[in-house]
Write a protein that binds this ligand. Structure first.
Ligand code: PGA
Length: 263
C-alpha cells in the first residue's frame, strides 16, 4: 500500500500564530519518525504561511487547506483562492467538510471546488458521510449521491487525483469508542469503491484513495487501518495534540507492517 495519509484538520485551533507555529514544529518532529505515512497539516487559513514555513521541505509532510474557493480571484468575501494556496505551497484542500455542508454548502458548490482544485493541481480531499444510519440502508443512498455529484463533469483520468474522506457525521468529535468499527468501515470502503466503479471502471475505483475520519485516535487507528481497507485518516481533535497524533502515526505504521506481512 502506498500513499498513506494522516490528514490533520486543525479546524479553528489554535488561536495564536505562535502556537500554530509551535504545533507545526512539534508535529514535524513526530512525523519524521514515521516516514511511511504522509502527514498533511491543514491549519486555519491565517496560519497557513507560518505553518508551511515551519514544515519546510520534508518528504512526508505537506500543507493543506480546510476549504478553498472555486474561483481564483475577485469579489468573494472571506474566500481563499487556490492561487493563494499554491503560492503558500499548499498541495491539498479539504472540500465539503460536514461542518461546512451544515452551513449550507451544496453538492453543486462542492463539485465546483473539486474541479477548480484539479485545475490548479491541488489534491481535493472530499468529505462524504451520512448524518445517521438507518436499518433500511437509506444512508447508502446519501453516500452514493454525494460521490456521484462530486464526480460530475470530472474527467475519468482525473479520478485518481481525488481523495474521498468518509466521515460519518455521527462519529465526528467524539472518542475512539464512538467511532466506526473496522468491519463497518471495510464494508463502507467497498461500497464507496463499488459506487466509483459504477461511474468509471473497476481499475479506476481500485486506484482511488479513501480515508476515514471521525474520532480517530491512537487507540483505534491501528485496528481501523488494518481492517478498514482505507489509505489513511482525516483526523480532527487528535491532530492538535502532538502525542496523540504520534500515537495515531505509530499505530498506523504498526498496522501497515502487519498488512505487509499478510500480503
Ligand atoms: P474528529 O474530527 O477527529 O475530531 O472526530 C474529524 C473531522 O471533523 O474532520
Amino acid at each position: 500500500m502506498t500513499n498513506i495519509l494522516a490528514v490533520g484538520n486543525w479546524k479553528m485551533n489554535p488561536v495564536k500564530k505562535k502556537d500554530a507555529e509551535n504545533l507545526a514544529k512539534d508535529i514535524k518532529k513526530v512525523a519524521q519518525k514515521y516516514k511511511k505515512v504522509t502527514a498533511v497539516l491543514c491549519p486555519p487559513a491565517p496560519y497557513a504561511d507560518v505553518v508551511g514555513g515551519a514544515l519546510g521541505r520534508v518528504k512526508n509532510l505537506a500543507l493543506g487547506a480546510q476549504d478553498m474557493s472555486w474561483q481564483e480571484k475577485g469579489s468573494r468575501t472571506g474566500h481563499v483562492s487556490p492561487l493563494m494556496l499554491k503560492d503558500l505551497g499548499a498541495t491539498y484542500a479539504i472540500i465539503g467538510h460536514s461542518e461546512l455542508r451544515e452551513l449550507g454548502e451544496t453538492d453543486e458548490v462542492i463539485n465546483k471546488k473539486i474541479r477548480t482544485a484539479l485545475l490548479y493541481g491541488i489534491t481535493p480531499i472530499v468529505c462524504i458521510g451520512e448524518r445517521e444510519r438507518d436499518e433500511n440502508g437509506f444512508y447508502l443512498g446519501v453516500i452514493h449521491k454525494q460521490i456521484e455529484s462530486a464526480l460530475q463533469g470530472v474527467l475519468k483520468k482525473d479520478f485518481s487525483s481525488i481523495i474521498f474522506a468518509y466521515e460519518p457525521i455521527w462519529a465526528i468529535g467524539k472518542s475512539a469508542r464512538d467511532a466506526m468499527t473496522p468491519h463497518d468501515l471495510y464494508e463502507m470502503s467497498l461500497y464507496i469503491k463499488k459506487t466509483i466503479a459504477g461511474l468509471s471502471s473497476k481499475t479506476i475505483a481500485m486506484n482511488m484513495r479513501v480515508l476515514y475520519g471521525g474520532s480517530v485516535e491512537g487507540e483505534n487507528a491501528g485496528a481501523l487501518f488494518e481492517g478498514g481497507d482505507v489509505n489513511g485518516f482525516l483526523i480532527g481533535h487528535a491532530s492538535i495534540v502532538p502525542s496523540e497524533f504520534e500515537s495515531v502515526l505509530e499505530n498506523m505504521t504498526a498496522a501497515l507492517k502487519r498488512l505487509e506481512k499478510k500480503e
